[in-house]
Design a protein around this ligand. Structure first.
Ligand SMILES: Nc1ncnc2c1ncn2[C@@H]1O[C@H](COP(=O)(O)OP(=O)(O)OP(=O)(O)O)[C@@H](O)[C@H]1O
Length: 223
């Protein structure tokens, strides 16, 4: 598996995520209230808190998949037209790996590159190599194990360059080597000027990562 090192000459477009007084309701109940933070280019933030506190809800609200009850989420950066539409600037890695079972591993990734626009991202074979899936390129995705499925979902992050990664428990189902590999990709992303948020129950070895702790009492920046 080759080391993935971003070309230092191709830094990501600088995008700042600004979240102000965000409130989100689920099933008629206010799950999040008054969440505010800013994430600058080159910053990583882990999102922690007990089961059911609203980590996935916050990440989905940031992507625009869940409509906030109050507050706003904005992307600020040069040349950004619609500042409230975060989706075109981000990758969302959720609990479901968004794979088409009948397509091969390589075809799944090629689909995402076409669909999302692969400007500057790694070619399919290199992206599969980055997650150690090159040997399974022709296998139908239906046959992948849970960890392999997750690795294929992770390959999307490097096959399509986006400045903001919103990751919901990204290490779920990954073995130790794959987890280490994902952390390398995350560090490389931040080093290239990208930003990321990762909801996690496990400590992630991300130097200088800020921590946003959610609790039933509210959100608190703890580092
Ligand atoms: N579609 C929904 N309808 C009703 N309630 C929901 C819905 N989705 C989430 N919830 C509730 O919102 C709360 C927050 O859920 P969320 O999945 O964001 O928590 P989490 O912090 O990510 O939890 P975990 O650590 O278990 O993954 C929970 O009480 C959950 O039951």
């Amino acid at each position: 598996m080759p080391a993935f090192s971003p070309d230092p000459g191709t830094t990501l477009p600088a995008r700042r995520l600004v979240v102000r007084d965000l409130a989100v309701e689920r099933g008629g109940r206010r799950v999040l209230d008054g969440v505010s933070f800013t994430l600058a280019p080159g910053e990583a933030m882990t999102l922690v808190g007990p089961n059911g506190v609203g980590k996935s809800t916050l990440i989905r609200a940031l992507t625009g998949l869940v409509r906030p009850a109050a507050g706003e989420v904005r992307v600020i950066g040069d040349g950004v037209e619609d500042e409230t539409d975060v989706a075109p600037h981000c990758h969302y890695l959720g609990h479901r790996d968004a794979l088409k079972a009948a397509l091969s591993v390589a075809e799944n990734l090629a689909f995402w590159r076409d669909f999302l626009g692969a400007d500057g991202g790694l070619p399919v074979d290199a992206a599969l190599d980055a997650v150690d899936l090159a040997d399974l390129a022709d296998l139908p995705a239906a046959y992948l194990s849970a960890g392999q499925r997750r690795r294929l979902a992770v390959a999307r992050l490097v096959a399509v360059r986006r400045p903001l990664w919103l990751l919901d428990e990204p290490t779920a189902a990954l073995d130790t080597a794959s987890e280490r590999r994902l952390l390398e990709l995350m560090r490389a992303h931040v080093a290239a000027g990208g930003a990321l948020i990762a909801a996690t129950h496990l400590p992630l070895d991300l130097p200088r990562a800020r921590v946003l702790r959610l609790s039933p009492a509210g959100a608190e920046a703890v580092a």
